[in-house]
Design a protein around this ligand. Sequence first.
Ligand code: ADP
Ligand code: ASP
Ligand code: MG
Length: 404
Amino acid sequence: MKIVVLKFGGTSVGSIDRIKKVADLIITYIKKKYKVIVVTSAMSGVTNDLVNKSKKISNNFSNAEYDVLVSSGEQVSCALIAGRLIHKGFNSRSWMGWQIPIITDDKHKYSKIDKVNKQKIIKYLKSGGIPIVTGFQGINKENRITTIGRGGSDASAIVLAKFFKAERCIIYTDVEGVYTTDPKKLRNAKKIEVISYEEMLEMASLGAKVMQPVSIQDARLGRVNIEVKSSFKNKSGTLITKRKNITHRKTITGISTTQNDAKVTLVGVKDRPGIAASIFKPLSESSINVDMVVQNISADGKETDLTFTIKNEDLNKTRKITNSNRKIKFKKLLFDKNVSKVSIIGVGMITTPGVTYRMFQALAKHKINIQVISTSEIKISVLIHKKNLNKAIKALHKEFKLEA
Ligand code: ADP
Ligand code: ASP
Ligand code: MG
C-alpha cells in the first residue's frame, strides 16, 4: 500500500471554504492512487478559545478535564472534512484518537504517544476509506483522553506516518515551507529547500512555530522525512530530513526568536559552592524551566550576581519561590520582561570559525546591547531588549547572507 499522511493546520481548516479546499486537495492524492490518512488540527482560534474558557472556570483547572476540553476542536474539523468528502462521493469517516486507539502515557496536557493500533485503520484503508484522524489527542491506559502539547497535531501526523510506514508525511500549513526566519516578521525571509532534523529541532525549540519541537524529535528517531508546504498555494515546500541527505549549506541556516522570556537577576548573592544548585533546585521542583544562565566570578570571592531567563508565565511563581528560599542570601531580586531571545542556527558553524564574532559585531554595529549569551554546537542565542528585535533579525539575516 502506498500510504501518505497529510496534516492540516488550524489556518488550513480555518473556515468552511478552506475545508472544502482541503477536501479537494485530499482527492488529488486519491486520484494518484495513494491511500491517504488525514490528520487535522482544530479550526484556527478554537483551541485558544477553549484554553481561555478553562482559565475562566478556575486558575487551577484540572489537567484531565483540560485535555477533554481542548481536544474537542479537532473533533469538529475531522467531521467537517469527512462530511465534505462524503458529499463529493468518497468513502470517508472521522476517527477520534480513542477510536483507533492512539495510546499515550498517563501524563495529561503534555502526553507522549506510545503506540498506535494499526488494525482498524489498515482494514478501513483497504476497504477504500479515507480516515480523518484528530491530531493532538490520544487516550491513556486509564481510558482518559489526553493531549500531547500545543501544536501537537504535527507530532500526531509524524507518529502515524512512522507506524503506518507512510511513503510521505506532508505538513500543510499557511506558509510555503520553513523559512530562514519567520516570513511574517521579515519580508526578505527565504524558503529553505532542505533542512536537517537537528537544525529544525533547534529552530523550532528556539521559537519557529512552523513545526512543533517534539514532532521533529519523533521524526528524527522514526526516520520520517517531512515535507512542509502551503495548503493555499501549489508550490514546492521544505524537506526536513537527515543531515547526510543534504549537500549544499550555508554557515547559518536560519534565525529564530522568542518573545515570551523574562530575565531574573539576583544581585549580591553570597558566593559559595552549590549556590547555583540551591537557587535552581526549588524552581525545577515546580517545573519551571530555566533557559539561559550567566554568573560572574565574584572579584572578592564573596558576592556575585546571577542572571537567568524563564518563561514570562512563570515569573510570579519564580518570585515567590526565590524570595522564600532559605538556602540562599542575596541583596536584591530584579525582573525584566522587556527582553527577546534571538538565535542563529546552522550545522555550518561547527566547521566555520568566527561565527560568534560576526554575530556580535553585526549587533554592535546597530547599537544592540547583548544581555545574556548561550551557545550549543549548532546555535548561538542572545538576549536583547525587546525593542531591538526586528532590527536584530534584519541585521543578522543580512550578515549571514540569508536573503541571497
Ligand atoms: P499550523 O496552524 O498550520 O500548524 P502554525 O501557526 O503552527 O501553523 O505555524 C505556521 C506559522 O509559523 C507561520 O504562519 C509563521 O508565521 C510561523 N513561523 C515562525 N517561524 C517560521 C519559519 N522559520 N518558517 C516558516 N514559518 C515560521
Ligand atoms: N489545536 C491544537 C493547538 O492549537 C493542536 C494543533 O493545532 O496542532 O495547539
Ligand atoms: Mg502548528
